[in-house]
Design a protein around this ligand. Structure first.
Ligand code: SF4
Length: 239
């Protein structure tokens, strides 16, 4: 049986000059309907001007991160009837410039990733076969490869909010993924990219990023491990 929900969706159109406002839409929600499906139904049946971003609908692409009932979540894997009450508030992902309604500009987020050089630097030319890694060696880097670049962690990080130059949890987790990769030999140069207050030393260790990550990535832990490597290297230099 369907249950009637009201979706209060934050609307914003920069061409009007008006401030953001909420618009209410009533939707009959069957069991299993996700917030993304509800938004698609609103767009198809009530308001074709409603803008939001999505692609895979299966929690793989990371495109539909938004604030649902005060928490950053992927709309495609949030079932409406799992939420409390029948009034659902939907806002765009914080800490990124807003383009329209629930669509934010992801460029600043991707810039942070480019800044940490997210590619393998093996220190030699292309091998004839793939670089093989012993599973025991790979286990340290592997959890950090699960990131889907949804920017949920970016949207809940208090340091991102207060310091626009901070690299942020996703970039620093990706950075550790390459630092921990045994095939990569660019450790010293990599560390130099994040060894300041806008890098690993800027993190306040509040763990919001880790709590919100839909893929189980632990940016705070990666940041802590990078700090530990830096301290070890400094101690070794002094000895
Ligand atoms: Fe999203 Fe997690 Fe990657 Fe952050 S670390 S961008 S929350 S998948």
């Amino acid at each position: 049986m369907n249950a009637r929900y009201t979706f209060n969706v934050s609307r914003f159109d920069p061409t009007t000059g008006d401030p953001p406002r909420y618009q209410a839409y009533a939707v009959d929600v069957p069991q299993g309907m996700t917030v993304l499906e509800a938004l698609l139904r609103i767009q198809a049946e009530q308001d074709g001007s409603l803008a939001f971003r999505y692609a895979c609908r299966g929690a793989v692409c990371g495109s539909c991160a938004m604030v649902i009932e005060g928490q950053v979540r992927l709309a495609c894997r949030t079932q409406v009837r799992s939420l409390e009450g029948n009034r659902i508030t939907v806002d765009p992902l914080p800490h990124l410039p807003r383009i329209k309604d629930l669509v934010v500009d992801m460029d600043p987020f991707f810039e942070t990733l480019r800044a940490i050089q997210p590619w393998l630097q093996p220190g030699h030319s292309e091998p004839e076969r793939e670089h093989q890694v012993d599973p025991a060696d790979w286990s340290e880097a592997e959890p950090y490869t699960n990131c889907i670049l949804c920017a949920s962690c970016h949207g809940v990080c208090p340091v991102v909010e207060s310091d626009p130059a901070y690299l942020g949890p996703a970039a620093l987790a990706k950075h550790y993924r390459f630092l921990a990769d045994v095939r990569d030999v660019a450790d010293a140069a990599r560390v130099a990219l994040v060894n300041d207050e806008h890098g690993v030393w800027g993190c306040d260790m509040v763990w919001n990023c880790t709590r919100v990550c839909p893929r189980g990535v632990t940016p705070t832990q990666g940041i802590g491990k990078t700090r530990a490597r830096i301290r070890r290297a400094e101690r070794a230099q002094r000895a």
